[in-house]
Design a protein. Structure first.
Length: 674
């Protein structure tokens, strides 16, 4: 064999070649070509035959074929796995996108509902600005404050089908198969006083509650004691003392009360505030006060007994007694916001009878049109100024109405006393026995006596007037928080001497003697509306900075009216029963209980320094909702109206408490006006 001649391939390889000759040529890439193949390599097998076995090695082409088959079997499962992973990724991505879209839509609906609720606030502000003197236009106005339409893509506000149905929204929702997107608001409040489990559409004046920052100790005790007893608490006086310890400016501990020494033992520790409350909810920091004390069984704060609030310990709240009567706790009767300027109904400064006679005469001529006050009444006022009468000590312009009051010797007014005088004498006696608290001229709304556990009517030490201003005004309050008009920095002698004037505003001297109150005034009952609106007896500093803690007789519940100094049960019941039917324009000033014959003159003179009809700060609660979705928002605000200007003093989202209000249930609606 010549060297140049390649050795012939084995018979088996030739057979393989012949067998594959009919197949198309498979051109492999360079890296896949076998270097030992006769076509591409030397043709010499690198694997020698096993010696002595007689077996040939596996041909390289067979190896290639097997490798190719293996590669083809591996690609399919890899592709299937990749497709499955891509499918799972795509499904997760689609789910994520749908969740994000749903969440975004829910967030947008929540914002729409919130803005709808805020539209309710704006509606209230507009009503109070445009109908400021119409108390019922914003305190109880179903037509304007129920199901108010904010926006709809199908109809305008004047075409609202709910308005055409006069509020029957439930029927509209049940009948409509395809609801048009529409956002609405309702301004809601607890029902009228004395009617349980009802609601109204309006706002609640904060002046209809007792201001715990400036109320006397005796007033707080008188209000809270029965409320705490209704909560089945056995130690109401201890809770009252704890409240008083929290707001006073000293470290003296009352019986059952607490100061920083106690609060520093808690986890986490904190100090007693020894200052005025910033919110009513701050009571939760005070020893013994819990949510069950503040809101009773009414955990969703709607003033309506819901099923879960009347099932004992079957569901929250676990402290409800299942007696079928809602116990609302103490929070609905308390406030820290009530304050008002000393202005008339038209927002002009009142005529302060403590000013110089010339100033008074000029302001009377400027502010009071001819015919509203008789010349005799104006002359009488000027005569009293010239004679040196201390109007601040009288406490209120109500003293100008002397009908039924004690008369000077020789006076022809009510000669012999008459029936009216006898009625006044009885009223004075009843008031003295029931309400021994000091009268105007004292610091009416300051916290009262600091004697721990002191009861209303307890006599002070000898030589100290029972209406001497206390020394524990909560720090941080302006020094004018004194309904009744006494200057906070008045000398002790400025307070009426109880021996000379037990009523503080012209009551009879003990043991007889000449009366110190005004007498022989020509002011008539018809003039009292003008007198109470236009005149003031407040200390000038108080008049300039505002008065805290006056109680609104247009809205206060019976429990709050009862703590007004000088108020009798008959007078409180008369005010509650008479105000619902009165024209709201009659209720613009505090004279209406007298002019409508609901209280006697003596009682009116006693309560006049402590009452108001203004609603400068109001509590607004609004819910925003839609016809086409279930999203709702529940918001509350405290706003202050100074003339036409509204300022938000407090805001809170109550959505977590639930919708709560049965806005589609007409059976819960009891209205007093519209």
């Amino acid at each position: 064999m010549r060297r140049s001649q390649r050795p012939s391939a084995p018979q088996s390889l030739r057979a393989i070649r012949v067998g594959r000759a009919s197949r198309p040529s498979l051109r492999l890439p360079e890296r896949a070509r076998c270097p030992f193949h006769p076509k591409w390599g030397t043709g010499v097998s690198p694997v020698p035959a096993a010696s002595g076995t007689g077996k040939m090695p596996v041909p390289p082409e067979e190896v290639l074929r097997l490798n190719e088959a293996l590669r083809r079997a591996l690609i399919l499962p890899v592709v299937l796995v990749l497709i499955g992973l891509l499918a799972l990724t795509m499904a997760g991505f689609v789910y994520f996108i749908r969740a994000e879209v749903t969440g975004t839509r829910a967030f947008a609906d929540g914002q729409q509902a919130r803005l709808a609720a805020e539209s309710g606030l704006e509606q209230v502000i507009a009503l109070m600005r445009n109908e400021r003197l119409n108390f019922k236009a914003w305190s109880d106005n179903t037509a304007a404050l129920r199901h108010g339409l904010v926006w709809s893509e199908r109809f305008k506000i004047e075409e609202d089908p709910i308005r055409e149905r006069k509020g029957a929204r439930a029927e509209y929702l049940a009948e409509s198969k395809s609801l048009a997107p529409a956002w609405r608001f309702s301004v809601v409040a607890e029902g009228v006083s004395g009617v349980p489990d009802t609601m109204r559409y309006g706002v609640t004046p904060e002046s209809g509650k007792l201001n715990i920052n400036v109320a006397r100790d005796e007033q707080i005790a008188m209000l809270l004691t029965p409320l705490l007893l209704n909560l089945q608490l056995e130690n109401p006086q201890e809770l009252i003392n704890a409240l008083l310890d929290w707001r006073d400016d000293n470290a003296d501990v009352r019986d059952g009360g607490a100061e920083s020494e106690y609060y520093n033992t808690l986890k986490p520790p904190y100090n007693a505030k020894n200052g005025p409350f910033d919110t009513v909810e701050e009571l939760l920091l005070v020893k013994g006060y819990t949510a069950a004390v503040l809101w009773g069984e009414d955990i969703n704060r709607n003033g309506i007994l819901d099923p879960n609030e009347n099932d004992g310990d079957a569901s929250e709240p676990l402290h409800d007694n299942g007696d079928g009567v809602l116990n609302r706790g103490i929070a609905p009767y308390l406030t820290i916001w009530s304050r008002e300027p000393d202005t008339a109904a038209d927002n002009k400064q009142r005529i302060n009878l403590n000013a110089d006679a010339g100033v008074i005469a000029a302001m009377i001529a400027q502010q009071i049109p001819d015919g509203q006050l008789s010349q005799a009444t104006v002359a009488y006022i000027m005569q009293q100024k010239q004679s040196g009468v201390n109007f601040q000590q009288l406490g209120s312009p109500a003293a100008l109405y002397t009908f039924g009051a004690a008369t000077a010797p020789g006076s022809d007014q009510n000669p012999g006393g008459g029936a009216a005088a006898d009625d006044d004498a009885k009223a004075d006696a009843n008031r003295q026995s029931r309400d021994p608290q000091p009268r105007p001229g004292a610091t009416g709304a300051r916290p009262g006596s600091r004697t721990p556990g002191a009861q209303p009517g307890a006599k002070p030490p000898d030589g100290q007037p029972d209406d001497k201003p206390p020394d524990d005004q909560p720090p941080g309050l302006p020094p004018v928080a004194v309904p009744g008009g006494a200057a906070p920095d008045a000398e002790p002698s400025a307070a009426p001497n109880p021996d000379a004037d037990p009523e503080g505003q012209g009551g009879r001297r003990r043991g007889g003697g000449a009366p110190t109150q005004l007498t022989n005034s020509p002011a008539t009952l018809e003039e009292m509306s003008v007198i109470m609106d236009r005149f003031s007896c407040l200390n000038p500093q108080v008049a300039q900075n505002g008065v805290y803690g006056l109680i609104n007789i247009n809205s206060a519940p019976l429990e709050v009216l009862a703590v007004i100094p000088g108020m009798t049960p008959e007078a409180a019941a008369g005010i509650i029963g008479g105000r619902a039917a009165l024209d709201p324009l009659v209720m613009n000033n505090t004279a209406w209980p007298l002019t409508q014959g609901l209280v006697d003159p003596a009682t009116f003179r006693a309560i006049a320094p402590y009452i108001t009809t203004k609603a400068v700060q109001v509590h607004v609660e609004a819910v925003g909702y839609a016809d086409h979705v279930k999203t709702t928002r529940r918001m509350e605000w405290i706003i202050e109206m100074i003339g036409p200007v509204a300022q938000i003093k407090y805001q809170r989202d109550l959505t977590s408490l639930g919708m709560a209000w049965p806005i589609d249930d007409d059976s819960a609606l009891v209205t007093t006006s519209r």
